[in-house]
Design a binder for this molecule. Sequence first.
Ligand code: ATP
Ligand code: MG
Length: 697
Amino acid sequence: MSVIGIDFGNESCYIAVAKAGGIETITNDYSLRATPSCVAFTGKNRTLGVAAKNQQVTNMKNTICGFKHLLGRKFRDPVVQNELNSIPYRVEERPDGSIGICANYMDEDQSFTPEQITAMLFTKLKIDATDALKTQIYDCVITVPSYFTNAQRKALLDAAGIAGLNCLRLMNETTATALGYGFYKQDLPAPEEKPRNVIFVDFGHSAIQVSACAFNKGKLKMLASASDLVGGRDVDSMLANHFSNEFVTKYKVDPRTNKKAYLRLLTEVEKLKKQMSANSTKLPLSIECFMNDTDVHSSIQRSDMEEICTSLFQRIEACMKRCLKDSKLTLEDIHAVEIVGGSSRIPAVKHLIEQIFGKTPSTQLNQDEAVSRGGALQCAVLSPAVRVKDFNIVDIQPFTVMLSFDNENGQRTEMEVFPANHASPFSRLLTMYRRDPFAIKLYYADPAPCIDPFIGEWQIKDVKPSATGEAQEVKVKVRINHNGLLLVASAQMVEKKDVQEAEQNGNETESTQQQQQSSTPQSPNEQPSNPDSQNTTASSGTEPMDTTPPSNNEDDKKKKKSSNKIVELTINARTHGYSQHEFDKYFELEGKMISNDRQEKERVDARNALEEFVYEYRGKLQEGGNLFEYIDDPSREEICRQLDDVENWLYEDGDSCEREIYRNRLGELNKKIDPIKARHDEYEGQQQAFNDLGHAI
Ligand code: ATP
Ligand code: MG
């Protein structure tokens, strides 16, 4: 079994595989390393990846690209509304506020969820990886932007599941890059030494992410991360806008009014942008028969582009400065700035890095593949299928997370449960005193990265007062898990019983454990406990959670053991992500589409095989062909007429038949041709034997 890392980019995906000899990038069915994040629909099947991108201009409404930021968001989300400006396909709001992506598939107007579309792309990646590695692909690590919220992460996990992938971990993209950087370094400082601090800048298609990371031998710790939804595509659209304005005055055509023309312009300006990264001289732009049969011409140079995109570069600058500030590093503390992502090739971005971090950006890593390679390494570390050394990662969760609950008097208590840039994974233990079941809510603090700050609500069931009617101690574990997901992981009620009672009820079935003590209070809401008030205390520790060393006093242990009964409480969660029922439905649908694609491919292959047969044997039977002499004239005419008939049929009634019909036709033709081939082979064989004999003599 192979372990892979998937970099799910807004523009393209990369897959890397961890092998005994190191990490390799997998090429797709077009022998390319990048697979466009693109899914297209036709009347008969889906087209995925490179093939989908190649037919975009002729099938714009049914070609779905740039959907990474639709995942886990509501239709009304301002980010989604902004995306809609550049999306050439139709997106609808569903009754529950979620997103439906519309396309004509199997000659029907259909609506798909962003999770389904992403799953289709993952299906393609899985097929390519399976073909390349000649083994089943199941386990993977998928990389996500560090700014992805719970809703986005859950949506991505659902998408992976629908595609039949077992995502061992969602890994933050810059953390994956950092792992790829640190894993093979032999000269990292020893654990007790001052760490080596490296800044990673990933400037891609749709976003910039900047992270600060501290390395020691065998471990890395993320210090801070900042991001902004500004990417290479924004440079393209600013340039396209610039040329559109020019064409309005110069040629009286506005590409923004015609989606096809605008897409063509975008393709051209992207090419220009890439040339400008390597070239500071004036470069021409020429598009023939652009709009209204008009040829358009213009030119641009790097300094013009930098001026046009000033506002974008300002945002990038602010993002880098935010990361530097949050990391609390001085410029002297920084060992290097590593750049990855396609857009980091833009010289203005490199200049900004030099200005802000005082270092020439370094390109030790493969700029396009670093993220997927780090993902594959992480997958290898996690999977028993591959043996690699361990590498300890302490990541961060970039948002401030709040927790709220109502006390028994109905008063709301709100507290910050995780500040921004908190270590991840991590658990916090909260102690509350309650008599009845209650609910806990988690949400992102303002200013939230998304319009919907809701993370989830957890109903803590089975809480009841003690025998004497008093509130009981409830311990709630709030967690940032390995996927960067926030959740209430468990809740326990500590039923206090005096020793006598415990002795009488010696045959308790529920587990009895030593009570964990809370550490220092963390906020005004977390005053030390008074069993009669509904206060909250908190303790924190890295995973797995075990913050308080067990007492060494055996007598004390015995006493406590027998005096407390820990009851695991049932928790009902309401969070993002599909219910089992929804998941099963989409999983089944994807399975049907996969089998339909396979059938369609087999059908098309059978048709092509028949067509090729006709061309091949018509040529061979004609004068000059190698079968010409092995058949008499009337029979040849008869077979050639049949071949012509099949050809005509293929272009008319036989254009879209079932696979079996093509196969049967091919079988019939083969029956006619086989005796001729046999005569040819026999004669050739005799000739060969005769020649061999001649040589021998
Ligand atoms: P994201 O990280 O936002 O999800 P992604 O991972 O798909 O997107 P990348 O593959 O890192 O994005 O980068 C693609 C972007 O890089 C495109 O906008 C492309 O135009 C840009 N790009 C690639 N090469 C160059 C270059 N030489 N100069 C400028 N920009 C470039
Ligand atoms: Mg990327």
